[in-house]
Design a protein around this ligand. Structure first.
Ligand code: 5GP
Ligand code: ZN
Length: 116
């Protein structure tokens, strides 16, 4: 599996730095964002290192996007959210700061919840 020793999310996958894990299988990891936009803000990542959407393999895409609805349902239920946004930033211009592909799950609680 592709890995980048300088990548913070690869370090989370490898257990070198801690994260609050929400879901894990052989190919995918989901964990709470260190700076939650709303309560339960979760990131879903492939365990394999891909910089962004343009570098994502079909296999990793399949694994991540299979996991997204499962994790979204669990997060919505756990945090009793009313709704949830999916966000994915690709490239600096789009607001990407960590160059290991990830999907943001942002639970929504109504006006003034901190997002949108
Ligand atoms: P981006 O801006 O690339 O779409 O999102 C990167 C996200 O990763 C940000 O929301 C940021 O808070 C989160 N993040 C950055 N470093 C860490 C970390 O070490 N641990 C966790 N759990 N989240 C991180
Ligand atoms: Zn990585």
């Amino acid at each position: 599996m592709t890995s980048d020793s300088n990548c913070i999310f690869c370090k989370i996958v490898n257990g070198e730095i801690p994260a609050s894990k929400v879901y894990e299988n052989e190919h995918v990891l989901a964990f709470i964002d260190i700076s939650q936009v709303t309560k339960g803000h979760t990131l879903v990542i492939p365990k394999a290192h891909h910089r962004d959407l343009f570098d994502l393999s079909e296999e990793s895409a399949k694994h991540v996007f299979e996991a997204v609805p499962k994790v979204a349902k669990a997060v919505k239920h756990t945090y009793e959210a009313e709704g949830l946004n999916i966000v994915n930033n690709n490239g600096e211009i789009a607001g990407q700061t960590v160059y290991h592909f990830h999907v943001h799950l942002i639970p929504r609680y109504g006006k003034g919840d901190g997002f949108g």
